[in-house]
Ligand binder design. Sequence first.
Ligand SMILES: Nc1ncnc2c1ncn2[C@@H]1O[C@H](COP(=O)(O)OP(=O)(O)OP(=O)(O)O)[C@@H](O)[C@H]1O
Length: 263
Amino acid sequence: MKNYYFSTKKMCVGYDGKPLIKDIEINLPRGEILTLIGPNGAGKSTVLKSIAGQLRLLGGKVYLEQNNLAEMKAGELAKKMSVVFTEKLRAEMKSCRDVVATGRYPYTGWFGVLSKEDERIVDEVMELTHITDICGQEFERISDGQRQRVMLARAICQEPEIVILDEPTSYLDIRYKLEFLSILQEMREKKGLTVIMSLHELELAKIISDKILCLRGEYAERFGTPEEIFKADFMEQLFGMNESSFPGNPKLLAYIRQMMEWR
Ligand SMILES: Nc1ncnc2c1ncn2[C@@H]1O[C@H](COP(=O)(O)OP(=O)(O)OP(=O)(O)O)[C@@H](O)[C@H]1O
């Protein structure tokens, strides 16, 4: 059997003991980017939270290399996995730099005192994510897009092997969306970072991902490469669209079909 960096075996996720999606099987080599796509309410955040250990699994297992995630110590996991979710972090009176610096906590002692090396990493990552100019601003008083970049910086500061991101580009303008993706790609190439994220922007998912997991209904609908997944007829089915979806405006369906073409 091939040794994957990240895998799930018969993972079942849901709330209050009621399964939402069952038997999810993911196999991901180190350094690959997996993107979850699917309609609103399909369960993308639920799967990501379950992988990150924020929701208890209803069944199955999640592995990092050969290690069962549920059995890993929190401190050990924090050095390997960082997570960026859409919920707003409470950080009263904290500057953006303070928030980014909390990404170093797995490496500091009890009191969170940063070493010179920690400070250097914080500065370097803030430059990489283009937030140096807002580093002194209060975190709770910045824009949604700026907040997303600060949260990405915090995750990178953690120097993880794998990062879990829920809709990380939703508030970013087009330049920062592309910049965000190029940072992930660079981290993957230079450091072998593995990425699992959800995206609503299908055109971005298509160009950045190595693997795609499609969610809709009780079971994961498909898992495969972008070439296997991004086909106009399948996208229409996944998102519940057909010839009569946009009466009087055929241009809209034509747009989806054109977006899914491979050139
Ligand atoms: N805390 C919760 N308790 C019970 N059900 C929940 C809870 N959070 C979400 N759900 C339900 O789980 C389902 C999946 O929600 P989830 O947020 O995972 O979908 P999603 O694919 O991320 O959606 P979106 O694209 O809209 O962000 C939805 O039906 C939602 O109502």
